[in-house]
Structures are given as structure tokens and as C-alpha cells.
Ligand binder design. Structure first.
Ligand code: UDP
Length: 329
């Protein structure tokens, strides 16, 4: 099957390309390399440098490579930044999705696997968030992803474009075999920041607020390993191939860890001190996001292989130790 991975040079996209290639899919990649790394893209994939908002290049790839399904990873994804620069999110994310859907509709591509986010829920009431929880995003990032989900939904109704939206909780870790990992510039995500401190690349980390309504006052998140996350994408494509039925799934572990717990687990894995200081809250952060993930397990047969947070952090630590400067391009 011929698939196009948009954003395939990014952290999650590059792990998807790696697994798709290994499973025998013919993979084309479109990435503007603004945040992605060319080096992270598996050599067996066909690479195109370009932007999701450029319909000409989308048409060209879809036609030349006879694309049958799209994986969409090409979005801006930082909660804090989105509060400061909302229009960047509405342009890259929402406009990008609109252009992509036009190209899909015009070229008769009927399947899309979409990276959505737990940020669509905002401040949730339930201790385990199901897919039916009210959607009340607390950031332009979450709002943009909710808009994108809704755009695909209406295109399903009008044009029969079938989708699986995967609402990621916190994605972490690196390929166990070590070829690729997580490298953002600037880095804003908790686990890589903590590991940079463990490597001595930062003097300390700042915990963004300890006055949340949680047992230790720091925010609680649900961490899922990137390889498990990608496995769910491939199961989603297989699902669409068999059912012609759109779906929305949470992808999480149903276990929450506070920021302090992540720092402690990282100290255990790395054997380093990792100094932490307390700072202000970061705008847009909900106190707690933990998934109810039964739906993906039941319908897709998804079974995450990584069971402990230490195991997840260990794979990230292996990558950071081996690539202290990230990708060197
Ligand atoms: N966080 C923190 N210090 C940092 C980076 C993140 O305390 O230097 C917190 C952040 O406020 C959130 C959690 O760690 O509660 C996870 O943040 P991350 O940016 O990794 O993912 P997000 O939850 O925004 O998708």
C-alpha cells in the first residue's frame, strides 16, 4: 500500500516512517524541515521537501506515487507557544488541514490517520478521560486540533473521506534500537529537558507550578511510548482498510505521573541529581490529563508493550546519551 506521511521528519512522524517501511508499506514523506530532521527519515522512504499548505506539491505526490492513505503529523504542537501566537496555529494547523482535504477530495484519496491531542479536552472533569468527555480546549493548540478533527468529520459526510483521529496524551521515548529519537530546538517537553539536565547541558529544570489541584501540586500527565503510539496508527490504517468506518481513539496508558514523579523516575534511570527549581505556571496547561484507553484496546486490539515510565525514560536516555547534540545536520 502507498502511504504519504506528512510531517515524517518530525519526532513522531519519523518513528511512523520507520515502522511503516519495516512493515513493507511504500512510504512517501512530505516535510518542510522547519522542525523536522532530514536525517531522521528512513532512507527507504521517498522524501519531498515542501509544505502541507502547498496544494501543488500535495497533488504531485498523490498522483506520482499513487497515494492511497495519508498520515498527518505536520502541525505546530506547543501549548505555551500557541497561547502567545494563536494565528501561527490557525494557519499551519487549520489552513494546512483545509488544503490537504482539498487535495484528498480532488484526487480521490479516502483515508487519513490524524494526530490529534488530549489538549482538545481542556480541563476535564473525569479522572480517566473517555473519548466522549466534553471538548473545551484551554489553548489555541487544542482548539486548532479540535477544528481539524471537525473539518475531517464534515468531509467524511460530504465526500466519504474516512478517518481515524488519535488523541495523543504525552508521547515520550525513542526507538528501542536507538537509530532515531526526540530532538526539538528549542526543546520544551518535560522528559527531554530533564534528560538534558542529566547530561549537564542545563544547570537545572524548572517545574511549572506546584499549586495545581493534584496530590503533590504539580501537573499530572499520561505518558505513552512513541513505538506503542505508532503501532496504534498502523492498526488504525488496517482498521480503515477493513471497515470503511471513521473512529476517534485516545492513546494513553491510563496511568498518570506528576511532573515531580517524572523528575524522580529520571533521577532513578540516569543515576544523576537533576536539580529542579519551582517556577510559575505555564499558560494553557490543564492540571491533569489521563486517558481512558479501553476503546483503542477493544476496537483496534492495541496492546502497548512498554509498561513502566522507567522503561520509557530509559529509551529516551539511551538516545540522548548517544546523541547529546541531537541530529547533526
Ligand atoms: N513541564 C515543566 N517544566 C518544563 C517542561 C514541562 O514543569 O520544563 C511540565 C508542563 O507544565 C506539563 C508537563 O510538564 O505539566 C508536560 O509538559 P510537556 O511540554 O512535556 O507536554 P504537554 O503536556 O504540554 O503536551
Amino acid at each position: 500500500m502507498n502511504v504519504l506521511v506528512i510531517g515524517g521528519a518530525g519526532y513522531i512522524g519519523s518513528h511512523a516512517v520507520n515502522k511503516l517501511v519495516k512493515k513493507g508499506y511504500a512510504v512517501s514523506v512530505l516535510d518542510n524541515l522547519i522542525t523536522g530532521h532530514r536525517e531522521a527519515v528512513d532512507a527507504s522512504a521517498k522524501f519531498y521537501l515542501g509544505d502541507i499548505r502547498d496544494k501543488k506539491i500535495l497533488n504531485q505526490i498523490i498522483q506520482e506515487d499513487s497515494i492511497e492513505a495519508i498520515f498527518h503529523f505536520a502541525a505546530s504542537s506547543l501549548v505555551g507557544e500557541s497561547v502567545e501566537q494563536p494565528l501561527k496555529y490557525f494557519n499551519n494547523n487549520v489552513v494546512g488541514m483545509e488544503v490537504l482535504l482539498e487535495a484528498m477530495q480532488e484526487n480521490d484519496v479516502k483515508k487519513i490517520i490524524f494526530s490529534s491531542t488530549a489538549a482538545v479536552y481542556g480541563e476535564a472533569e473525569a479522572s480517566l478521560i473517555t473519548e466522549a468527555e466534553p471538548k473545551q480546549p484551554t489553548s489555541p493548540y487544542g482548539e486548532s486540533k479540535l477544528m481539524m478533527e471537525n473539518m475531517i468529520k464534515w468531509c467524511d459526510l460530504a465526500y466519504g473521506i474516512k478517518f481515524v483521529s488519535l488523541r495523543y496524551f504525552n508521547v515520550a521515548g525513542a526507538l528501542r534500537t536507538g537509530e532515531i529519537g526526540e530532538d526539538h530546538d528549542p526543546e520544551t517537553h518535560l522528559i527531554p529537558i530533564v534528560l538534558q539536565a542529566a547530561l549537564g547541558q542545563r544547570e537545572e529544570i524548572t517545574i511549572f507550578g506546584d499549586d495545581y489541584n493534584t496530590p503533590d501540586g504539580t501537573c499530572i500527565r499520561d505518558y505513552v511510548h512513541v513505538e506503542d503510539l505508532i503501532e496504534a496508527h498502523i492498526l488504525s490504517l488496517e482498521y480503515l482498510n477493513q471497515h470503511n468506518d471513521s473512529q476517534i481513539f485516545n492513546l494513553g496508558s491510563s496511568t498518570g505521573y506528576s511532573v515531580k514523579e517524572i523528575v524522580d523516575a529520571s533521577r532513578k534511570v540516569t543515576g544523576k541529581d537533576i536539580p529542579a527549581i519551582m517556577g510559575e505556571r505555564r499558560a494553557g496547561d490543564p492540571a491533569k490529563l489521563v486517558a481512558a484507553s479501553e476503546k483503542a484496546r477493544e476496537i483496534l486490539g492495541w496492546q502497548p508493550a512498554y509498561e513502566t515510565i522507567e522503561d520509557i525514560i530509559q529509551t529516551a536516555w539511551n538516545w540522548h546519551k548517544a546523541n547529546p547534540a541531537g541530529y547533526v545536520e
